[in-house]
Design a protein around this ligand. Structure first.
Ligand code: FES
Length: 100
């Protein structure tokens, strides 16, 4: 799984070390074109990118590797790796970013 190559082809900039070391099934916060982005590498080695801004009130979600979800520290909203809502109060999915 050549994560670095996928990140470069996706025009990810200032990628942090954690992202380069992503293993299938892991996620991390990276920088995409100067903006914070959530990256998740699936079991097939495909990269999924979402905007980490919570759609409830704008806090920054964090990756939960145990449940493979993006969790918001402010009011507990949870999103899957594609940004779909798993738990409210958020009602709208996270914005998907194109990185492939
Ligand atoms: Fe994320 Fe409220 S801002 S749950």
């Amino acid at each position: 799984f050549d994560v670095a190559k996928q990140l470069i082809s996706g025009k990810l900039e200032n990628v942090n070390k954690k992202a380069e070391q992503l293993q299938p099934g892991e996620g991390a916060v990276v920088t995409l074109n100067g903006k914070r982005a959530g990256a998740y590498l699936d079991d097939q080695g495909k990269l999924h990118l979402v905007d980490t801004t919570c759609t409830h009130m704008g806090c920054e979600v964090e990756w939960n590797n145990g449940d493979r979800s993006w969790d918001c520290p402010c009011h507990g909203s949870r999103f899957n790796y594609e940004g779909e809502v798993m738990e409210g109060p958020a009602k709208q999915p996270l914005t998907k970013l194109s990185g492939e």
